[in-house]
Ligand binder design. Structure first.
Ligand code: HEC
Length: 483
């Protein structure tokens, strides 16, 4: 057991969470630390900020997550920094840094590369049983024959509803039989859109209501515009009846991405859901007037607006808005003790976030983010990691894991995981386990490496966790077994 002593330095803007590798033998488990590792990298973090950030973005961990043209070994990096690539616009730094400092910069960047590589595996899992840090888990296949299962909802009696993004909606009986449900909405099945989340009414046993989020289209001047909508319907005898859109986000957009659209019932009996910014990051998330995009909303189950929503008295504001400044939240859950709504959301390159959603608060996108633009530059010239009156995320992932689905582990089936927060990873194709202590993420574990894009994770009434994995679309049940 060997651990580095971390020297904590205060750098105004440098708040990238570095990771100190835990040398206890389990490479999938790591603790989370704040910067900066002065003793190992010398002044590399400051040098990076000062000399590299202007072109490559100030966040080294985001820069390190790239396709390397000239190799990423220590010597490749040393050579790139010392001699530059004049023809490509990369200056030489041989007169700026002593060789030792250049190697420290290379090592610093390598720490960022390791931070990316720990998620990556080229091997598919060899068996359905996984030895994890605390538990051995068997993945039992519950549903197959899906394409992109997006949302799972549980009904009384061990039944399940599963959406497929392609527009199909399935009823899974307790014995595992799968039947298509009729009466579903017409969806714009393109890009990231289609049939998305599903949730059952808290009183489903008596009222039979369910809610579906989906990409709704309209044609204008021969072009299809799409938006996030929520349909309420009765589910009885294998079909939907009494369908009604209780929410249609405005404005529609010609893009096909960032629909958000996770739903969750609060303890107040109201329906919370996310709407992504549809790619219009400079137009939508910060605009609360006449704009539902890049927001978390709160409505009553009939679609009407609770009187105490935060912006009901703000002239011109959309009264359904509960919080704003979001990018694309695709995970939403309720904290088992506080009852607060938690979301995870996709950042750009780096800067995926976990946020606790509070009424009226601004979560800052795109004015603050820990990510950089896909072209490697800062989002906007004045984008920072922190600004006044904008909420800091509870946690941020750099590199981006592409989070989708979210749940707390409750009950007593998973010894040692109680109270942990699970998030699916689309990009790195695993299930993320976040350990929380005093309201902060203190460590994480990569579960089921390379299993496929994990689109949803839920805690079922039977006390088991279920995950939905894409192409081939499969729902698995996580069964703890003795080691
Ligand atoms: C004037 C802008 C500029 C500055 C300052 C700059 N770079 Fe670069 N760098 C570039 C460009 C342009 C490229 C080539 C295009 C690309 O790969 O992004 C590049 C490429 C690189 C590469 C090779 C990437 C690969 O794919 O193989 C490395 C490594 C690198 N830079 C590191 C650094 C470091 C470390 C610093 C700070 C000491 C730095 N750069 C400062 C513009 C800059």
């Amino acid at each position: 057991m060997f651990k580095y002593l971390i020297t904590m330095l205060l750098f105004g803007a440098l708040t990238i969470a570095l990771v100190s590798f835990n040398h206890s033998g389990n490479e999938n488990q790591f603790t989370v630390n704040t910067p900066a590792q002065d003793s190992i990298f010398g002044k590399a973090a400051v040098h990076y900020q000062t000399y590299c950030g202007g072109c490559h973005g100030e966040k080294m961990n985001a820069f390190a997550d790239r396709n390397w043209k000239h190799g990423n070994s220590r010597d490749d990096l040393f050579k790139a920094i010392k001699l530059g690539y004049h023809d490509e616009g990369m200056p030489a730094f041989d007169e700026t840094f002593a060789d030792k400092e250049t190697y420290q910069l290379a090592d610093y960047i390598i720490s960022g590369i390791k931070n990316v590589n720990r998620y990556i595996s080229s091997d598919k899992p060899k068996s359905n049983t996984f030895k994890t840090e605390l538990l051995t888990i068997r993945l039992d296949t519950v549903v197959t024959g899906l394409e992109v299962p997006w949302g799972i909802a549980f009904l009384p009696g061990g039944e399940m509803l599963v959406t497929d993004r392609n527009g199909k909606f399935y009823h899974i009986k307790k014995n595992g039989t799968k039947t298509l449900i009729t009466g579903t909405p017409e969806v714009v099945n393109a890009g990231q859109g289609g049939l998305l989340d599903v949730i059952a009414d808290p009183q489903f046993a008596s009222n039979k209501f369910i809610y579906l989020s989906y990409s709704k289209g309209k044609t204008e001047g021969g072009k299809t515009q799409a938006t996030t909508a929520i349909m309420k319907a009765k589910f009885e005898n294998g079909r939907l009846t009494g369908q009604k859109d209780i929410f249609v986000a405005e404005p529609y957009s010609s893009t096909r991405h960032h629909y958000g659209s996770r739903m969750q019932f609060g303890r107040d009996g109201y329906l919370y859901f996310s709407v992504g910014e549809r790619g219009g990051h400079n137009e939508n998330p910060q605009q609360i007037k006449g704009n539902d995009l890049g927001k978390v909303h709160r409505i009553k189950p009939d679609g009407s607006i609770p009187a105490d929503n935060p912006f009901t008295n703000t002239p011109g504001a959309e009264a359904s808005i509960y919080s704003y400044g979001h990018r694309n939240p695709q995970g939403m859950t309720i904290h088992p003790e506080t009852g607060k709504i938690w979301v995870n959301e996709h950042g750009p390159r780096g800067g995926d976030e976990i946020n606790i959603v509070d009424p009226g608060k601004n979560y800052g996108w795109p004015d603050i983010t820990y990510g950089i633009n896909y072209n490697g530059k800062p989002m906007n010239p004045d984008t920072k990691t922190e600004k006044e009156n904008m909420e800091q995320p509870l946690y941020q992932w750099t590199p981006s894991i592409g989070p989708s689905g979210m749940t707390f582990v409750t009950g007593n089936r998973y010894k040692g995981w109680e109270g942990n927060l699970m998030s699916g990873s689309l990009r790195f194709q695993y299930l993320n386990r976040s350990v929380l202590k005093n309201g902060k993420v203190v460590s994480e574990e990569i579960l089921f490496k390379n299993i496929g894009r994990v689109r949803d994770v839920r805690m079922a009434p039977d006390g088991f966790l279920y995950i939905a994995v894409e192409t081939p679309g499969t729902v698995y049940k996580l069964v703890p077994v003795s080691k």
